[in-house]
Design a protein around this ligand. Sequence first.
Ligand code: SF4
Ligand code: SF4
Length: 104
Amino acid sequence: MGVVIDHAGCIGCRRCVEICPGNIIKLSEDGKAYLKRPEECWNCTSCLKECPKGAISLVLAPEMGGTGARLRAERKGGVTVWTIYKNDIEISSVTTNVLEANGY
Ligand code: SF4
Ligand code: SF4
């Protein structure tokens, strides 16, 4: 598993930089986000939820959707839509209520 940032999709808004609890994400000279110390990422998914462009995804273990499956998150008002993609085709999705997140 590991976080991947889509260079082309990033608009350099810095939201992931500011939300990362490990201070792992930085902006490169071209204004795009990257993981400076990927080995220190603990897959908390905060950056996935924060990115307004859906440019950050989490590569899942093969037993979680098959080889190459990725998790993306999209905030929509008071909910977060979690979607697993494989080869850019949606294979599963679940919606969680942000205010009740600790109950899941
Ligand atoms: S998953 Fe969490 S620890 Fe890893 S880069 Fe994103 S915000 Fe930082
Ligand atoms: S939150 Fe998304 S768009 Fe903004 S800097 Fe991070 S990766 Fe780029």
